[in-house]
Write a protein of this length. Structure first.
Length: 203
């Protein structure tokens, strides 16, 4: 092979290798994928109706503002609603923050807001009686906690909610399940499994 042809071939190989290296470096430094959300099949099974999952949407679902309104301003968040054909519904909220320390502080604040929610609800409505129950931790990633909230109005309407707050690195997620009923109607064991799944899907 003539010397100039060999040199040209080596130049092409060098440029190809350089471009490959740049491509790999870009891929390695690419932003991590957005956290995944629960699917309908991840929710606690309903005895007579299948779950339907809505689209992932920017913002905060109105239902979560009941207890978490004061903890959420200033954060970019996304959520997904879930429905059954009856009165049972659920939702998941996910928030990514700048550092792990900020995420830990947000999770702590959210757990506090949920623990004190029953008292605030009663103070705001004399027709409402609210009861809180702590269902303990879930051992997953940086941790999660499950809460129960029962509300009953003087005219007879009664609702039960399960809420959980979980964290993985810089991402915090809140899951809520709700229906008519009281603590005896709450699928706590299945909801803890749902919570673990939600946190595991964050990475």
């Amino acid at each position: 092979m003539p010397k100039h042809s060999r040199a040209g071939g080596l130049t092409v190989l060098s440029l190809t290798g350089l471009m490959l290296g740049v491509t790999l470096a870009v891929q390695a430094g690419a932003a991590p994928a957005a956290p995944k959300f629960l699917s309908a099949g991840d929710l606690p099974p309903h005895p007579s109706s299948a779950w339907t999952a809505g689209k992932v949407t920017d913002g905060v679902p109105d239902e979560l503002l009941l207890c978490l309104k004061d903890a959420l301003p200033g954060y970019d968040s996304r959520y997904r609603d879930f429905r059954t054909d009856l009165d049972t519904s659920a939702r998941q909220l996910t928030i990514e923050v700048g550092t792990e320390a900020k995420a830990a502080a947000l999770a702590t604040r959210m757990n506090k807001e949920i623990r004190t929610c029953a008292d605030r609800l009663e103070q705001g409505d004399p027709e409402l009686e609210a009861t809180y129950k702590d269902y303990g931790k879930v051992a997953v990633e940086e941790g999660a906690r499950v809460h129960g909230l029962h509300t009953e109005y003087s005219y007879g309407a009664t609702d039960i909610r399960l809420l959980s707050v979980g964290r993985d690195d810089r991402t915090v997620t809140v899951v809520e399940w709700s229906q008519m009923g009281d603590f005896g109607d709450a699928p706590v064991k299945a909801f803890k499994k749902t919570t673990a799944t939600a946190v595991n899907k964050l990475h």
